[in-house]
Design a protein around this ligand. Structure first.
Ligand code: IPE
Ligand code: IPE
Ligand code: MG
Length: 253
């Protein structure tokens, strides 16, 4: 399905965000504060993922996108990277049945070619097994980078339509967006970053064009339904103008 673009048309908005995108940050600091190894924070972070999926489902969110591993996270110590990969495998193995029971469709976006064959196989199976009965689409961004996404989309588009290189003026949003990794979802309404940093860290840089950005000091392993409700309450107070004036929003046409 083609999804509306916030720069091409004014999207419909409601009280509850349709699409929530989260940078799950602060696992390491959560653990360090408790004198635990950083990896203990990642393990605890999985529980927060479970809580958040459930809470979003209950609140009628249609798309939840979680940043699990960035294209720059390979720069971390090898031991931490390998724990994160094992945790990803273990979580996929354990959670898929629960996701099916909850009506959650799982999608993984990112440069998956960098993962080993076993993990790629698990990802394909999990996506296939959860592909029906959807109330919520859960996207995990793994080895994802916003710049990677834009570049791979351009490459894929040019591969499919090589004649476009002779007519660069035909390259518009409608041509490019079907090739972006999250082509199946509307743009995020609400972005949440836990852990206190106020940056995008190469997450969905194209798709966040008109997203409301919410930052909280809460470390990801502590995130729960109450924290989510605080973010939703903040979201409800935003005036989403998409370039228009406030007066235009309040004057009936
Ligand atoms: C987020 O927590 C998880 C990943 C990036 C995989 P961090 O590991 O970045 O935690 P902090 O930011 O160091 O506390
Ligand atoms: C962003 O967190 C990536 C994920 C949560 C997966 P980082 O902890 O890697 O971001 P920076 O390095 O602080 O910007
Ligand atoms: Mg971090």
């Amino acid at each position: 399905m083609r999804q509306a673009s916030s720069t091409q048309a004014i999207p419909a908005t409601g009280q509850t965000p349709r699409h929530v995108a989260i940078i799950m940050d602060g696992n390491g600091r959560w653990a360090t504060r408790r004198k635990l190894p950083r990896t203990a924070g990642h393990v605890r972070g999985v529980q927060a993922v479970r809580r958040t999926v459930e809470a979003c489902g209950q609140r009628g969110v249609e798309y939840l996108t979680l940043f699990a591993f960035s294209s720059e996270n390979w720069r971390r110590p090898a031991q931490e990277v390998s724990l994160l990969m094992r945790l990803f495998v273990r979580t996929l193995e354990k959670e898929v049945d629960k996701l099916i029971a909850q009506g959650v469709r799982l999608r993984i976006v990112g440069n998956l070619g960098a993962f080993d064959a076993r993990l790629r196989q698990l990802i394909a199976e999990a996506e296939q097994r959860t592909a029906k009965e959807i109330t919520l689409t859960l996207t995990i961004a793994a080895n994802y980078g916003g710049r990677w996404d834009i570049l791979q989309a351009i490459q894929a588009l040019l591969r499919a339509q090589p004649e476009l290189a002779q007519h660069p003026e035909a390259l518009d949003e409608a041509a490019l967006s079907p090739w972006l990794a999250m082509h199946y979802a509307p743009e995020p309404d609400l972005f949440i970053r836990t852990g206190g940093e106020q940056r995008i860290s190469n997450f969905l840089i194209w798709q966040l064009a008109y997203t409301e950005l919410y930052f909280t000091d809460c470390y990801w392993p502590d995130f729960n339904a109450d924290e989510l409700d605080r973010a939703f309450a903040w979201y409800r107070d935003r005036e989403r103008r998409f370039g228009r004036t406030s007066e235009q929003l309040h004057t009936p046409r």
